[in-house]
Design a protein around this ligand. Structure first.
Ligand SMILES: *Cc1c(COP(=O)(O)O)cnc(C)c1O
Length: 977
């Protein structure tokens, strides 16, 4: 309800798609009204219809006014804390035309390459930045943050060296403290021993420390920090050699800005580099979201976690980009996957890549030199005042010994600067792109010194100064004017299909409205420019947003406690399973290590279970798509007191509300197990039922699905977990946040509150929807799916329905009979939908040969009808293939999608050109994919994962095989979604 003293429309009526006649819409779902549909669909046994105890809805203006009040409680202080988070300026042209542009932020992960060439090109640029700066061969298209990237590097090296269980991992004592803590969280369940490697304060440590630390133990790898958290820049060649001699490989956590001045890890023997691209124009946001990165030496690319963009070709032989080596990923490999990464940080990777495009190599070097110069002036001032500067070779950070660290911090704060307290008698000072002379002066005053003029400062790096070039590709030299970059960004965005063009009916992904009002606050300086380790009183507003959201999400889910720390749904799964593990162990049940997972589960479930040290046991599904309760009981029996947990998705990934869910939860509890309920489908539950009250112990939610954080082309995400009381003490902790430092379970993300910078999006959603509005959204989401399912009856078979013939908030369409009859594949249908101006539904998941459609509550009825019309039209084309009118290979289905180039030139196909390019219902304003169907397998055989020479784009004669560098054998092509 909107307050009655404003004339404005309630937000919920903007959030929901427009339906001119609700009765007629209800009739289209087969019911007299939508409540009757819900009664027939959601099992009575789990329903709870008391209104949620949430604040009543505010309209958009009033919600933003309230949020402004919270923003005013934050205090932005110049960040000279360092520790992996830095002040940076998002170039305004990038801020408005990427971060604030729905063409970029509402796109989905680029699994459909034909409609994703723009963001794929931007990600290829990001990968090129990473490989050039690190001096390594192949980089992926972003990870969640630096500490989790370091953890991924650890497990990658373990696989790469095929080490025995007793081999340990060395961790530099000058690594970021949050990285050390996340490594500990991730190592312990896998039985990996971490051993501290103290290299001392030497500029050129010899390798002896390695042997001393190992003390005869076998080793599979080491993580070194470059420059160290203390600021020390060390020549680590001898250390790498010593690890290598001991049989291990080396990962280096490196600051990408430092690498514009320092010799990169790839040139001194590192096998892997990881880090954060935050300071490349991505706001700190009190901890995130930012793009983590990983690059590896040639030969390790098949072990890379996450997504990798590569060059391939399309049906006309033109270069085209797509995701490479997908068979490594969790959605295919499940418990054998290289990692559980699904949602990553695409939007932030695009920003970081464009920051490099905007500044070019000279601009980046200038920014790095500025940071170096400013901190050098601080060091000179400290020395002049008689303090000992502990750091003997530095880039942007120095550690200084002082009589009283707290007094120095307090004086610096008076001058408007935050410094880092190392201990009672040491402070660390970090400079960045935004450090002005006035800030240096304030630090000097805090140290009791005058700021020196800053002449005659040492060059960064000394003998480690970088001599090799980087960012030589044209893309880093072409767009120096704002006009140039503006048009480049527009050109890339125009190649892509996002929610700003039309419906994206991706099952399980909940591509709903990301309202402008929800998005506005993320770029407010009060939220965007907070360092995650700033004193708590400077972040009172953000902390209130966190507290509100935790309370509201607990109310919505029926749980007792919530943590917003996990940076994605998959990270939430890991955190939730670690909570279960912690609980069992606290009761002496160390042996409870079996995790039952239904065959229909999302791939991340199995991958996360393995990361939590659990053994995955698959439970069958019955013919109706439900968990096979008999098989479940058998497996529970079989594993006895080793049963740790069941992971169940509800409503199921088959798009139905299982009637037996209470019985299933009870069976697991009776046997001493805990129930993990994957809450990615919460969009079908909010306001109707609460997992914490119908039997589950812990769930993750996907705020980037149900709670309106945009998908960003494949991230950011936020995957909070809710737990019942008995698990609350096992929520993720954090060593640098006093209120979390004592937790039993360590952190799963680098920052205490994860991607805090975007939590104002779900905050605004809940605040503007209110309890009624949230429930109405759920009802409408269920109604939309049922409307589509019914309208497609007779054309497409819906694979699974519930007891009354209805579906939940999504439905699975079976393409397999047509594959049999006509040789038509899910790809053919998906690509033909592009010609009609739609993104494909989810392909071949959770059932191979099917399409999963989730329309969400935000689509207008007219758009739902347009989609159904297109699907019916496509079905009619299939019939013409079945009837023998076209052979499948020469049908408009297989030749889809049609490009603008197909409008001109020779036409030798057996169907009408107009039918191909303008199928029924399309108009002149339709979307044109820039490339024809992309050949994924070709690119996997000829792997190219960095920007090819620009001339390769748009010139067919420069086919990618001519620029290919790496041959990959034995990779089967497989594309899901
Ligand atoms: C999206 C999804 C996940 C994984 O979430 P990410 O944020 O991509 O890691 C897990 N389970 C289900 C059912 C999902 O739909």
């Amino acid at each position: 309800m909107t307050s009655s003293d404003t004339p404005r429309t309630a937000f919920v009526d903007r959030h929901l798609g427009h339906v001119p006649d609700v009765d007629a819409f209800a009739a289209g779902t087969g019911f007299d009204d939508l409540e009757a549909l819900v009664d027939a669909t959601v099992p009575a046994g789990i329903r709870q219809d008391e209104p949620l105890d949430l604040p009543p809805a505010l309209d958009e203006e009033d919600a933003l006014a309230e949020l402004r009040g919270l923003a005013a409680r934050n205090r932005v202080v110049q960040p000279m804390i360092g520790l992996g988070y830095h002040g940076t300026v998002t170039p305004p042209v990038v801020r408005r035309n990427v971060l604030q542009d729905p063409a970029w932020y509402t796109a989905y992960t680029p699994y459909q390459p034909e409609i994703s060439q723009g963001r794929l090109e931007a990600l290829l640029t990001f990968q090129t930045v990473v490989t050039d700066l690190t001096g390594l061969d192949v980089a992926n298209a972003s990870l969640l943050d630096e500490p989790t990237a370091a953890a991924e590097a650890m497990t990658l090296l373990r696989r790469a060296t095929r080490a025995g269980d007793d081999a340990v991992f060395l961790v530099d004592t000058d690594v970021l403290p949050q990285t050390r803590a996340v490594l500990q969280t991730r190592a312990e369940p896998l039985g990996i021993g971490l051993v501290d490697l103290d290299l001392g304060a030497d500029e050129d440590p010899d390798g002896d420390a390695v042997a001393a630390a190992l003390d005869g133990r076998p080793v599979f790898g080491a993580l070194l920090q470059y420059p160290g958290a203390s600021g020390q820049v060390r020549d680590l060649r001898a250390v790498v050699a010593a690890v290598d001699a001991a049989g291990g490989k080396v990962a280096v956590a490196a600051d990408p800005l430092a690498l514009t001045l320092l010799t990169p890890p790839g040139e001194w023997g590192a096998d892997v580099a990881v880090g954060s691209m935050q300071r490349f124009g991505v706001p700190m946001g009190y901890g995130g979201p930012h793009a983590g990165y990983m690059a590896v030496r040639d030969g390790l690319q098949r072990l890379l976690p996450g997504r990798l963009v590569g060059v391939s070709k399309d049906s006309a032989g033109n270069p085209a980009l797509r995701l490479a080596l997908q068979t490594r990923e969790q959605h295919i490999r499940r418990e054998k996957a290289t990692s559980n990464i699904c949602t990553a940080q695409v939007l932030l990777a695009v920003i970081a890549g464009m920051y490099a495009v905007w500044h070019g190599p000279e601009g980046l070097r200038r920014i790095a030199q500025h940071a170096h110069r400013q901190v050098s002036r601080v060091a000179a001032a400290a020395r002049a005042a008689g303090h000992d500067v502990v750091t003997t070779r530095h880039f942007d950070t120095v550690t200084i010994t002082v009589p009283d660290a707290d007094a120095v911090l307090a004086r610096a704060l008076e001058g408007g600067v935050n410094l880092r307290r190392v201990d009672d008698t040491r402070v660390a000072v970090t400079a960045d792109e935004t450090t002005r002379d006035a800030h240096v002066d304030a630090v000097a005053r805090a140290l009791g010194a005058e700021a020196p003029a800053g002449d005659d400062l040492p060059a960064a790096g000394g003998p480690l100064a970088r001599t090799s070039g980087y960012l030589g590709n044209e893309v880093f030299h072409r767009y120096r004017s704002e006009t140039g970059l503006l048009r480049y960004l527009r050109r890339l965005a125009d190649m892509d299909f996002a929610l700003d063009r039309g419906m994206i009916p991706l099952g399980s992904c909940t591509m709903k409205l990301n309202a402008t009002t929800e998005m506005e606050s993320i770029t407010w300086s009060e939220f965007a420019d907070l360092h995650p380790f700033a004193p708590a009183d400077q972040a009172a507003g953000t902390r209130q947003v966190v507290a509100d959201l935790e309370r509201w999400l607990a109310e919505v889910t029926g749980y007792d406690a919530v943590s917003v720390q996990p940076n994605s749904g998959a990270q939430g799964e890991l955190a939730g399973l670690l909570a279960i593990r912690g609980y069992h162990r606290s009761r002496g049940d160390e042996q409870r290590d079996v995790c039952l997972i239904p065959a229909s589960a999302h791939g991340t479930n199995a991958a996360s279970a393995v990361m939590a040290g659990l053994r995955v046991v698959v439970v069958a599904c019955d013919e109706a798509g439900n968990v096979d309760v008999d098989d479940l009981r058998t497996k529970i029996e079989q594993h006895g007191d080793r049963l740790g947990a069941l992971m169940i998705t509800y409503p199921s990934t088959h798009g139905v509300f299982e009637e037996a869910v209470r019985e299933i939860c009870a069976a697991v509890h009776d046997a001493g197990g805990q129930v993990y309920l994957d809450g990615a489908n919460l969009n079908a539950l909010v306001g109707l039922a609460r997992p914490g009250r119908f039997g589950a112990d812990v769930s993750h939610l996907n705020l980037h699905k149900t709670f309106c954080i945009p998908h960003g082309g494949g991230g950011p995400g936020v995957g909070p977990i809710g737990v019942r009381q008995h698990l609350a003490e096992f929520l993720p902790g954090h060593p640098l946040e006093p209120s979390l430092a004592g937790n039993v379970v360590g952190p799963v993300s680098g920052a205490p509150y994860g991607s805090a910078g975007i939590l104002t999006i779900p905050w605004t959603y809940v605040r503007t929807m209110g309890p009624d509005g949230l429930r109405r959204a759920t009802v409408r989401a269920i109604a939309a799916a049922n409307y589509v399912a019914r309208r497609l009856q007779g054309s497409w078979d819906v694979l699974y329905t519930g007891r009354n013939g209805t579906v939940a908030h999504e439905c699975i369409l079976d393409v397999r009979p047509l594959a049999k009859a006509a040789g038509i594949t899910v790809d053919d249908v998906a690509k033909r939908l592009v010609d009609h101006g739609f993104h494909a539904p989810t392909m071949s998941w959770p059932v191979t040969g099917t399409l999963m459609v989730e329309p969400t509550e935000s689509e207008d009825l007219a758009e739902l009808d347009r989609f159904c019309d297109a699907m019916i039209e496509i079905r009619a084309e299939v019939d013409r293939v079945v009837a023998g009118e076209w052979i499948v290979a020469e049908s408009p289905l297989r030749r889809a999608p049609h490009t603008a180039e197909d409008l001109v030139g020779e036409w030798d196909r057996p169907y009408d050109r107009r039918l191909g390019v303008y199928p029924a219902g399309t108009t002149r304003g339709k979307y044109w994919p820039p490339v024809g169907r992309v050949d994924g397998a070709f690119g996997d055989r000829n792997l190219v994962c960095a920007c090819p020479p620009v001339s390769a784009f748009g010139e067919p004669e420069a086919a990618p095989d001519e620029v290919s560098v790496v041959e990959v054998a034995g990779e089967e092509p497989a594309l899901v979604r």
